[in-house]
Design a protein around this ligand. Structure first.
Ligand SMILES: *Cc1c(COP(=O)(O)O)cnc(C)c1O
Length: 489
């Protein structure tokens, strides 16, 4: 048996032979770069080695060996028949590795400078928050348990105290995301009734969330008032009738109406709502506890400021400027929050313990004044000088790769995630050109490595914005450029 294993191990082909071989396969040749293929081949050979070494153990365990008998896998053949069987197995395995690496959720490197990149999962959690989440995942928790009485508790109570303290609101409810928050509010407070919204605020966020459609899905009837560029308080007043359930203000997250324009402030709406006895709701989109003015961003109302206007409810995302997990947070008057909690939909939209842990961990950082530990704010507050120094270090790390031309350029980072749509932050980026191909080819090569690297192309160069790069990212990027330097093209 031992000998059989040794013989088989010796029959495993070297990496380059398998790479050569599988590169002939159409599906592999057309879709993957040599470095990705090499990586997949290494993994497959390593797996083969483990299987061969482990083969007699598996024969001892009845079920596994039966399954294996049925499939007659490569390691069961005699040394003479072993090679053809191995060959087929390897080809298959490499293809599987390559396909898996394209489908399973993977770490990527975001070099785009877009801090809240929806395609990349928006906000990163602070490491200590991630630790806290991992610990909650490994144990039972008091998620819905009142430890004093031993009775059933509410998963929302844990976070409510923090949200009340931070926002100044009376009560809170956390749901799956902000779209769910808007849906729930409409369904609870405005079903088969009318909701008045300015024509300048009929927002579409990322294709699938459109204010008119979400209102409809919640069962509410949209009443548009004003014009695209101008809406006045009298437009709302004139539209109110006995069917009016809500006045809704929506943050224009991803566009700006500039020039000849007028919109109605939350204060004005609250005054009108108070006068007529109609609740006012604000969908703040990317709500934030901090204003970005010090960082050079335009003034936007913070969550606390909106709450202070006396608005009935305000909702916002957990994973935009808040810097936490995906969640929809609703805060406001307790009587209305109570009605939301009683809606059957709330059960369908509720968040799990991991989301609550991530949110609680992030909120605690705000509470303790440890905002500098929140990655979103770390990235937003990197100074131009810091970014320039990072870009210079990166340029140096790439200096001995002759296929690259790396220069540092002044450029801008975007906030993303529907926050500050027209604002940018000044940055210093590394602009990389290559003698080995086009910027498009390099961009694709970077995106298809073991750790995919997402970049921007600008004027035939591939840009690396240090704003969204984490300390561990640089070595991975350098490794990938070395692969580019050494690959045959
Ligand atoms: C982003 C956004 C939403 C959707 O929030 P999600 O948390 O992504 O569901 C809704 N409304 C506004 C104004 C937004 O900016």
């Amino acid at each position: 048996m031992i000998n059989d294993k040794k013989v088989k191990l010796r029959l495993l082909p070297p990496v380059h032979k398998v790479v050569e071989e599988v590169s002939q396969i159409g599906e592999i040749k057309d879709n993957y770069y040599i470095s990705g293929i090499t990586w997949a081949v290494r993994n497959a050979l390593e797996k083969a080695r483990v299987i061969i070494l482990d083969s007699d153990n598996s024969q001892e365990s009845g079920t596994i060996s039966k399954i294996r008998e049925a499939r007659a896998e490569f390691w069961e053949y005699s040394p003479e028949e072993f090679c053809p069987a191995l060959h087929d197995w390897l080809n298959n395995e490499v293809l599987k590795e390559l396909q898996d690496s394209n489908t399973i959720l993977r770490r990527i490197i975001n070099a785009t400078g877009v801090v809240l990149h929806t395609n990349c999962g928006r906000a990163l959690l602070a490491p200590e928050v991630a630790d806290y989440v991992a610990r909650q995942a490994l144990h039972y928790t008091n998620l819905e348990l009142d430890l004093e009485t031993g009775n059933r508790g509410s998963r929302n109570d844990h976070i409510q105290e923090l949200l009340i303290e931070l926002t100044g609101a009376e009560a809170s409810l956390v749901v799956n995301n902000n779209a769910a928050a808007v849906l729930l509010i409409m369904n609870t407070l405005a079903k088969q009734k009318e909701v008045i919204v300015s024509r300048g605020e009929l927002v579409e966020v990322g294709g699938s969330f459109r204010i008119p459609e979400v209102l409809k899905a919640g069962g509410a009837n949209l009443v548009e008032v004003g014009a695209t560029n101008k809406t006045w308080i009298k437009d709302y007043r004139e539209a109110v009738n006995p069917e009016t359930a809500l006045l809704l203000k929506v943050h224009t997250s991803n566009y700006r109406i500039e020039g000849f324009q007028h919109s109605v402030s939350t204060e004005e709406l609250v005054k009108l709502g108070g006068e007529l006895g109609i609740p006012v709701v604000e969908d703040l989109g990317s709500g934030s506890f901090l204003d970005g003015v010090e960082l050079g961003l335009p003034k936007e109302p913070t969550i606390q400021e909106v709450v202070r206007t006396g608005v009935s409810l305000v909702c916002f995302s957990g994973d935009k400027l808040l810097g936490g997990p995906q969640a929809g947070i609703i805060v406001g008057k307790s009587a209305l929050i109570e009605r939301l909690r009683e809606n059957q939909l709330t059960r369908a939209l509720r968040v799990d313990k991991l989301t609550l842990a991530a949110l609680a961990g992030t909120l605690r950082l705000y509470q303790r004044g440890e905002v500098s530990k929140i990655p979103v704010w770390q990235m937003l507050s990197k100074t131009k000088r810091e970014l320039h120094e990072e870009a210079e270090r990166f340029q140096k790390a790439l200096a001995n790769l002759s296929s690259l031309e790396v220069e540092i350029q002044a450029n801008n980072s975007f906030i993303g995630g529907g926050a500050f749509p027209t604002a940018t932050l000044p940055s210093s980026v590394c602009a990389v050109g290559t003698t080995k191909g086009t910027a498009g080819e390099l961009e694709r090569f970077l995106r298809q490595g073991r750790v995919p690297i997402l970049t921007r192309i600008f004027k035939d160069k591939v840009l690396f914005d240090p704003r969204t790069l984490l300390p561990g990212d640089y070595q991975e990027i350098v490794n990938r450029f070395e692969e580019w330097e050494n690959c045959i093209r």
